[in-house]
Design a binder for this molecule. Structure first.
Ligand code: F6R
Length: 611
């Protein structure tokens, strides 16, 4: 989603190169246009292009652009279509300032209307231009900070901004309200960077300041001055944090998605190694204390992270005998959920920046619940805002389509359930040797699935031309099928609907014919024969079936020859992991056959920072 980057060198230099590098590091988030602006000889210069950063790069190289300071942006369209006019930076009418922005200004239409009545003319459809025009209108007497304060006070919503003004040719101004924005100073060079994403700052030894609650920063060569939202000077200490660099290499794989699917034996073994001591057979979660009184649990998240929560919610309830439910964060936050101080709200988020998940977390905190974040990005907003945080340690996930984060979420959450069993229920989980045996075998089982890639690819090629699919499963295989359908939808743009297998006969079966294949998930022993019966109903109506089945269930060949055979001696708790990996490969190869842009699918973003 949108990304902000800015650069002020300690010693005068051309800022363009650093800004382009910053934009490239933000690319993985998903975006559809890019732009940058800077000051040269007291004048604002700006450049924008629809499409990839490389288009912008070509433009600035062609024009041999040199700028003394720079702000740069990747835009994911929200207000207004995909045009150069709507790309950031947005300027005021007299081109005295340029501004870039993440987030949404909820009252932008009212402000725009008022400014138009005052004679301002707008060139874009964006809420960002409203900030630029308002700021220019408020600006008087070379007093930039007071005018910025007056402007920000009028804005509703959550946002981060960075801007430059021709009267302050050596400064960048930045502010953030409920949206991440980091100021980083390089310890070696004193160069200062601004970014909405720590991943764009991972290249050097940095000291960081995180802006919160409408704080404002004025940044010029080697100097950062901070103000609170009222414009009063404040002091904030740097945080010395070592940022891990987001791997920019596909390590020989054609796409990041494929690399990340193949990372899973390792990422899963990392989860297990970090949380489970195989000598004592104890789960160790140092980050969590004071959970002894928990009486009910809510798991919240969006998209894939919600699926992980939904999947483990029934396992938590069964294992802990504690009421547990999973909810989509964007729905949860508009309810009036019953939460008490003995409620535990677990927010699951790969990026730790998903706006709806963070808003739901804040609601839970305001109602007195204990909050725990399960995230893959240290120092993300989730890390900073949740009472407790568990690092998934899945390693950087670059492809927009989440794969290894999902399986690490499941494995970590399962271990966390065991940890709660130990701490709340006082059960000696070390006695459950079968559980730990299976846990430790997961990496090998996933490797076994990956070894079937050629077979899965051949099924993908066979099914790639269908435009509609059903994905079905029962019990834990239902959330598994939801996640699998999501993978197919997002990277191949095929309509895939997930249903609990038992629900088909209550309506959707009306759609079944030879044009809509069903992908069936049979990894749940408890419901195997029932799912089989549902499949016979599909077969009777000429529906094609591709089954993901345990090896022992040879009966499946009586209704279909298209079978991906998977491990059969795994408890239902764990099956979602290998079945999901097979489904990830299937989605990947279908998208590849259809020639889609796999790592950055259209309209999607890696971190969804708008609500
Ligand atoms: C799907 C996908 C999304 C994310 C969702 C939440 O492959 O990646 O559905 O799972 O946007 O993102 P996080 O986990 O970062 O909160």
């Amino acid at each position: 989603m949108c990304g902000i980057f800015g650069y002020v060198a300690h010693k005068k230099t051309n800022a363009v190169e650093e800004c382009l590098k910053g934009l490239q590091a933000l690319e993985y988030r998903g975006y559809d246009s890019a732009g940058l602006a800077g000051i040269k000889q007291g004048k604002i210069h700006f450049y924008k292009r629809v499409g990839k950063v490389r288009n912008l790069k070509e433009l600035v190289f062609e024009e041999e652009v040199a700028l003394e300071i720079g702000i740069a942006h990747t835009r994911w369209a929200t207000h207004g279509g995909l045009t150069e006019q709507n790309a950031h930076p947005q300027l005021d009418s007299s081109h005295s300032l340029a501004l870039i922005h993440n987030g949404i200004i909820e009252n932008y239409q009212e402000i725009r209307f008022n400014l138009m009545n005052l004679g301002k003319e707008f060139v874009s459809e964006t809420d960002t231009e409203v900030i630029s025009q308002l700021l220019a209108y408020e600006y008087t007497d070379f007093a930039f900070i007071p005018s910025l304060v007056r402007t920000l006070e009028q804005l509703e919503g959550s946002f981060a901004i960075a801007c430059i003004h021709k009267d302050f040719p050596d400064a960048i101004f930045a502010s953030a309200r409920d949206c991440p924005l980091i100021i980083a100073k390089c310890k070696k060079t004193d160069d200062i960077f601004i970014s909405s994403d720590a991943n764009a700052l991972s290249r050097q030894d940095m000291e960081l300041i995180f802006l919160h609650d409408g704080e404002i920063a004025q940044i010029s060569a080697g100097i950062i001055t901070l103000y609170d939202k009222k414009g009063l000077i404040i002091q904030k200490a740097f945080e010395s944090i070592s940022l891990c660099s987001k791997s920019s290499s596909k390590e020989g794989f054609e796409h990041f998605m494929l690399k990340e699917i193949f990372d899973q034996p390792l990422s899963l073994s990392q989860v297990i190694k970090n949380r489970f001591d195989s000598h004592t057979a104890k789960v160790q979660i140092h980050e969590c204390k004071d959970l002894g009184q928990i009486e009910h649990i809510r798991l919240i998240g969006c998209g894939t992270s919600y699926h992980a929560g939904l999947l483990v919610s029934s396992i938590f309830e069964e294992m802990l005998q504690i009421e547990t439910s999973a909810e989509i964060a964007s729905e949860f936050r508009y309810k009036d959920p019953i939460l008490r101080k003995n409620s535990l709200v677990i927010a699951i988020s790969q990026s730790g920046e998903t706006a709806d998940t963070l808003a739901a977390l804040r609601l839970a905190k305001s109602k007195g619940a204990k909050t725990l974040g399960f995230g893959n990005v240290m120092h993300s907003s989730l890390f900073r805002e949740a009472d407790l945080f568990i690092d998934l340690k899945a390693g950087p996930e670059v492809s927009v389509c989440s794969t290894k984060a999902f399986t690490s979420q499941i494995a970590s959450l399962l271990l966390f359930a065991l940890y709660l069993k130990q701490t709340i229920k006082g059960v000696d989980v070390a006695l459950d040797t079968t559980f730990f045996h299976h846990l430790e075998s997961l990496s090998g089982i996933v490797t076994d699935v990956l070894q079937q890639k050629d077979l899965i690819r051949s099924f993908a090629e066979k099914y790639a031309d269908y435009e509609n699919f059903f994905f079905i499963g029962r019990n834990l295989m239902y959330p598994t099928s939801m996640e699998a359908a999501l993978k197919l939808k997002e990277i191949s743009y095929i309509n895939a609907t997930a249903y609990p297998a038992g629900e088909l006969k209550h309506g959707p079966i009306a759609l079944i014919d030879e044009t809509i294949p069903t992908i069936a998930f049979l990894g749940n022993e408890k419901t195997l024969s029932k799912t089989f019966s549902n499949l016979t109903e599909i077969q009777a109506r000429k529906g094609k079936i591709l089954a993901l089945s345990p090896r022992h269930f040879t009966k499946i060949t009586t209704i279909t020859n298209d079978v991906i055979w998977l491990q059969n001696d795994l408890p239902d708790f764990f099956s979602a992991i290998p079945y999901s990996v097979a489904a990830q490969l299937l989605a990947y190869y279908i998208a590849k056959k259809r020639g889609k842009e796999i790592d950055q699918p259209r309209n999607l973003a890696k971190a969804v920072t708008v609500e």
